[in-house]
Design a binder for this molecule. Structure first.
Ligand code: SF4
Length: 479
């Protein structure tokens, strides 16, 4: 999972990209990059947080009113600095690109690009495949006079050729800023418009909160198969290609990944989490469990816990203090780093839990190691009973669409029965949300829930899933 932003403004945009990437930092902490265009591409990228890669001097070296920004969370490829986005190419025309997602048919695409388009693939980053596929399609048009119809034709061809989940922003030199999505609409992308003293700026970004913080009004949520071009005069043109019905928006955006102040498909994430928390109360009532207090694993479970406490009619309290200067454990790339992070990150507040039956809510249980550690910490702090609650259903299948759950054996509910998961975690009770209850919170929205159900909307083959798992393991070993 990554965060992407693209700006077409009336002023130099590097600082705005930097601020927008800070608002998207939760979507990726491995690497950051900005490219701007002012007759030439200027690129700065590297491993680390936005604030570690950029300073005032590097932003000054990025002139141009149009640009792209990316925060990377490595789900595919290694952590070498060269794998950081954006990527760009200069010949036969200038194209810079960022993406969020994962390509399912990368082997087939790489072979086509190498054998038939004579392109040398230099990285294992999916973006290179999408960039070259787009350039190869565009190159079929008469140069140099390509127009918006040619650009849209190339997008349509890419959407037919590239399988998987992708939200893409491209900067095409002298032509404009382009956003498009895969036919299933798995990853998010929004278009925003800002008017200031009669001047208009446009921006694409992964989340509404990012655009709103930069002063943009949300003009459009791109659906599966959508493409939008902002030309160099600021005109907006749209096309809609080959959308899959129903769509398959990633339900995990609501559960874990997105900020609570972002909205997708008409649902504010905070409200969706509260509704999912309320539906968890049923599980307590079925089992006759009567906790004294609900606490959350900060901070992504906060709204689930509030909803659960409201529905059960018991207090919600902050039971842990989180050291916010330690990274999110889920997106740390290795198990050793994750374990260290949990130990440093959370400390219980004994007076909240001592002698109490405590329902502790987390957004999901991935490997189970965080939950196990949390149960140990609560016992040490004197909790009488611990009811461990996952706001997500059991995660049993790898995500092949850009979230770091690519290896089934790393998913505790994929490898063990639910009784074995409960025993591993050591809680007095383990409660999972049901998939039906999650889906009931989003009526009319086509969702991807493959990591819970094993039903992959793009119809990816078992062989491709195995290949993605193998690549992922190899990339982790390579670091
Ligand atoms: S498999 Fe899960 S995490 Fe991956 S896109 Fe689908 S819902 Fe999201």
């Amino acid at each position: 999972m990554c965060g992407i932003i693209g700006v077409s403004s009336y002023d130099d945009c590097a600082t705005e990209l930097f601020l927008g990437m800070n608002a998207l930092q939760h979507r990726g902490q491995d690497a950051s990059g900005i490219v701007t265009f002012s007759g030439h591409f200027r690129l700065v990228k590297g491993n680390g947080l936005v604030s570690q890669v950029f300073d005032a001097e590097s932003l000054e070296g990025l002139p141009g009113k149009t640009g792209l920004g990316h925060v990377r969370y490595a789900t595919q490829g290694t952590l070498e600095p060269a794998m950081a986005q954006p990527f760009y190419m200069n010949y036969p025309f200038g194209i810079a690109m960022v993406h969020n997602g994962n390509v399912d048919n990368s082997g087939e695409l790489a072979a086509w690009l190498h054998d038939e388009q004579y392109r040398l693939i230099e990285t294992t980053n999916d973006l290179e495949l999408i960039l070259y596929a787009f350039a190869s399609e565009l190159e079929k048009k008469p140069l140099p006079g390509i127009g918006s119809e040619d650009i849209f034709d190339a997008v349509g061809a890419v959407q037919r050729r590239v399988q998987g989940a992708y939200a893409v922003i491209a900067l095409i030199a002298g032509k404009g800023l382009l956003g498009f999505k895969d036919p299933y609409g798995i990853r998010p992308l929004f278009l925003g418009k800002r008017t200031e003293n009669g001047k208009v700026a446009w921006a694409f970004a992964s989340e509404t909160s990012c655009l709103e913080m930069l002063g943009y009004e949300i003009a459009k949520e791109l659906a599966g198969g959508d493409a939008v071009l902002i030309d160099t005069d600021g005109n907006v043109q749209e096309r809609h290609f080959s959308a899959a019905k129903p769509g398959a928006f990633c339900v995990f955006e609501y559960i874990y990944f997105a900020r609570e102040d972002s909205s997708f498909c008409g649902s504010l994430v905070a409200e969706a989490r509260e509704a999912m928390g309320k539906s968890l109360a049923k599980r307590f009532k079925e089992r006759g469990l009567e906790p004294d207090v609900v606490i959350d694993v900060p901070t992504s479970a906060e709204f689930f816990a509030q909803g659960l406490a409201d529905e059960l009619g018991i207090p919600y309290r902050r039971g842990f203090v989180k050291n916010k200067y330690v990274g999110r454990s889920f997106i740390k790339p290795t198990q050793a780093e994750r374990s260290r992070t949990v130990r440093l990150k959370l400390n219980p507040i004994p007076s909240v839990v001592r002698g109490k039956k405590v329902a502790v809510v987390d957004d999901s249980i991935v490997r189970g190691t965080t939950s196990k550690r949390i149960v140990e910490l609560l016992r040490q702090a004197g909790a009488a009973k611990i009811y461990c609650v996952s706001a997500a259903p059991p995660l049993r299948f790898p995500c092949v669409y850009g979230i770091d759950m690519s290896v089934k054996t790393e998913l505790i509910a994929g490898a063990k029965s639910l009784d074995e998961v409960a025993a591993f975690i050591g809680a007095d009770e383990l409660i999972y949300q049901s998939l039906e209850d999650v889906e009931a919170c989003f009526p009319g929205v086509g969702l991807c829930s493959a990591c819970f159900s094993g039903v992959y909307p793009t119809g990816i083959s078992p062989e491709s899933i195995e290949r993605i798992e193998r690549d992922r393991i190899a990339a982790k070993k390579a670091g």
